[in-house]
Write a protein that binds this ligand. Structure first.
Ligand code: FEC
Length: 294
């Protein structure tokens, strides 16, 4: 058996000029309002995307550390930017892989998230190698322990677990995303022995339909009204510092907390921390050892 790993991430534009094409990819051909594009460009500009691109850099650091730990070739495939998932598959096949482990750097399954990565991977693979796909890993003990460790010193504060929101219609469609997020939050809260915690969504997109809530900004209002003074955010649906963390939490939510007189902090994300890479390596080893059903 000749195994390679395709490590998948959301992807991020490297330059400001890339933002329109990147946004168009995310929208999948649906129209973009000029004011929404201008707003996105402004966010990337404020974060200094030209000087450094956290998501793509952290993904590369994770890829190379995972490759070193596994002793297997690991190729990065981005869902919305370069290198694309199809390029990663091409590289893996060119290197002689007959078995590919697909792992997404997002822990919770949704038809609008993990399933989209899988579709790109399967299309590119087109049956040319065996696929062993890791569908979800939000309850992986090493991941739970890693987040819990980051909260132990903050355990007397109110902890808000967060994840990317998705259109609310997924609940009626039976999508397990919301339940899986809450399960991770509960496991981490238990492991860190938290006294007071809640869950909210973040990073809703202006797509014109209702999204899952409460949104973190409304949730902060509610917490302040209930007398909470100290908030620490623990994102469970993201594993790296990127726009949704550095803008939506570090700028937007932090400003809102300041207006409300709340002390506001967040945990350091797993990024390419060796302990996190070790968790990913365990997921790959297990998937490589066990052929997936179907
Ligand atoms: O740092 C960066 O440059 C990229 C950060 C980034 C991550 C990310 C993760 C997730 N998203 C998920 C779902 C959606 C859905 C839509 C959507 C839209 C955007 C836009 C940007 C963006 N997302 Fe994202 N997401 C990131 C960035 N996302 C930029 C477009 C502008 C905006 O809304 O602000 C709506 C698509 C549509 O319009 O139809 C749905 C989910 C995740 C977490 C899982 C994962 O990482 O794959 C779910 C990182």
């Amino acid at each position: 058996m000749n195994t390679a790993v395709v490590l998948m991430a959301y992807g991020s534009p490297n330059r400001i000029e890339d933002v329109p094409a990147y946004y168009a990819d995310i929208r999948g051909g649906r129209p973009i309002k000029p004011e929404h594009l201008a707003d996105l460009v402004a966010r990337y500009q404020r974060l200094g995307i030209e000087e450094s691109n956290p998501l793509n850099e952290i993904t590369e650091a994770t890829r190379s550390a995972l490759e070193a730990e596994l002793g297997l070739p690991v190729f990065t495939g981005m869902r919305h930017w370069n290198p694309r998932i199809a390029e990663a598959v091409q590289q893996a096949l060119a290197g002689g892989a007959d078995t590919i482990v697909g792992l997404v750097l997002a822990p919770h399954y949704s038809s609008l998230s993990i399933e989209k990565y899988r579709a790109q991977l399967e299309d590119a693979l087109d049956g040319r190698a065996e696929l062993r796909f890791v569908e979800r890993w939000g309850d992986e003990p090493g991941f739970v322990a890693l987040l819990a460790e980051r909260l132990v010193v903050q355990k007397h504060k109110h902890v808000v677990f967060t994840a990317h929101s998705l259109p609310a219609r997924i609940v009626a469609e039976g999508d397990p995303y919301h339940d899986e997020l809450l399960a991770t939050a509960r496991l981490v809260a238990e492991a860190a022995e938290l006294e007071d915690w809640s869950f909210s969504f973040q990073s809703e997109s202006p797509t014109g339909e209702p999204w899952l809530g409460p949104d973190i900004l409304d949730h902060l209002d509610e917490l302040a009204a209930n007398g909470v003074e100290d908030v620490v955010v623990c994102p469970v649906g993201f594993v790296a510092d990127h726009l949704e963390i550095r803008w939506d939490l570090d700028v937007e939510a932090a400003e809102k907390a300041q207006e409300l007189g709340l002390r506001f902090d967040r945990i350091v994300l797993p990024n390419a921390d060796p302990a996190f890479v070790h968790v990913l390596a365990g997921l790959v080893r297990r998937a490589a050892a066990v052929p997936s059903a179907g």
